[in-house]
Design a protein around this ligand. Structure first.
Ligand SMILES: Cc1cc2nc3c(=O)[nH]c(=O)nc-3n(C[C@H](O)[C@H](O)[C@H](O)COP(=O)(O)O)c2cc1C
Length: 318
């Protein structure tokens, strides 16, 4: 088959698979329809050699499997159908299936980004939590570890958390939070701690990992260590760095919680001095905010989201 036609088929397959992924509810049915359509347009009665068949089957199916693993295990049907048509394949199928693989990959990326936007858009500060619904410790730990993938300057990760979960402790915490009822009703309250000593405390772990991963050589270590710590010299810089990065962590926490079907509420309404005394948080630590986490009380109405400034109001492109 001429090269131009091959490329067109690849483009077509890519489009078809992308659409199929986006629109289909019944994956199996759509798979077979889509594959049938492109197969009919392609095969045109040509018989491939056994050698060619083997090459195409192994190479292309591997590629599709790799793409599939990236978008989750939802494409077993696609792979199966692709395996079937490769056994009847001709050379141009390589192009078609490469297109299909690209379509699946693109659609997967699109879907993932749409999901992420959904979680961001869905997040609300929930005032009414269901006091009867618990979030297990393992789930909280998982959410917090995902949140810890947040970026931080030189990867120093200047955040710590204290998860207040026991009812007794929450009772005391409510008072410290000016009687904000959600503190008691939420399954847990995550106290976000910004560590203003993270430069000195974490730099060696960071450098070790960079050497281990081959980012830097042992010889570069000393100089880089000095550069990193220079940024942590003044009390003002320490404070800014620690609070900035801890806030990224907190935002990750709120979005990740949504992905787990949970709700959150960030709060700055608390007496920081009392909170630090209560939880034994040292002077070199700051608590920029706390985040209540749990299930929403479905019997209470959630008010519509309040006005957000538009880009034209808060931004400019220069
Ligand atoms: C750092 C921070 C501190 C906040 N502190 C409180 C608080 O102490 N009490 C409260 O009721 N809401 C608090 N909020 C929630 C905001 O009022 C809420 O995010 C805002 O009104 C927008 O509503 P939405 O999050 O539902 O979109 C806080 C939010 C942030 C980001």
């Amino acid at each position: 088959m001429p090269e131009k036609e091959d490329k067109d088929l690849r483009k077509e397959a890519r489009e078809l698979f992308r659409k199929f992924y986006e629109k289909s509810k019944d994956i199996q049915r759509a798979t077979s329809e889509t594959v049938k359509e492109i197969t009919e347009k392609t095969l045109k009665g040509v018989q491939p050699s056994a050698e060619k068949l083997k090459e195409i089957t192994e190479g292309i199916v591997d590629g599709v499997q790799e793409a599939t693993s990236k978008v989750g295990g939802r494409f077993e049907g696609v792979i199966k159908s692709l395996q079937e048509i490769t056994t009847r394949a001709v050379e141009s199928l390589r192009e078609i299936l490469t297109g299909a693989k690209e379509g699946i990959e693109e659609a997967g990326i699109l879907e993932k980004s749409r999901e992420c936007v959904k979680f961001i858009a869905e997040r609300r500060s929930i005032t009414y939590f269901d006091p009867k619904r618990d979030v297990p410790e393992e789930v909280l730990k998982e959410i917090l570890e995902i949140s810890a993938t947040a970026p931080s300057g030189y990867n120093l990760q200047p955040w710590e958390v204290i998860v207040v979960k026991s009812r007794e402790k929450k009772k005391r915490l409510v008072e410290i939070c000016f009687n904000q009822r959600k503190v008691l009703d939420a399954s847990a309250v995550v106290v976000i701690v910004a560590n203003t000593n993270a430069g000195e405390e974490h730099v060696d772990r960071v450098l070790d990992s960079w050497i281990e991963l081959g980012y830097i050589t042992t010889r570069q270590r000393k100089k880089l260590r000095e550069t990193i710590l220079a940024g942590w010299k003044s009390p003002e810089k320490r404070k800014r760095k620690a609070i900035r990065d801890a806030s990224f962590f907190a935002m990750n926490l709120m979005i990740t919680a949504r992905m787990f079907g949970l709700e959150t509420h960030p709060m700055e309404g608390f007496d920081e001095a009392k909170l630090k005394r209560f939880l034994g948080i040292g002077k070199d630590r700051i608590v920029p905010l706390i985040v209540a986490i749990g299930y929403r009380d479905e019997t209470k109405k959630l008010l519509p989201r309040a006005y957000r400034f538009t880009f034209d109001e808060f931004g400019r492109i220069v």
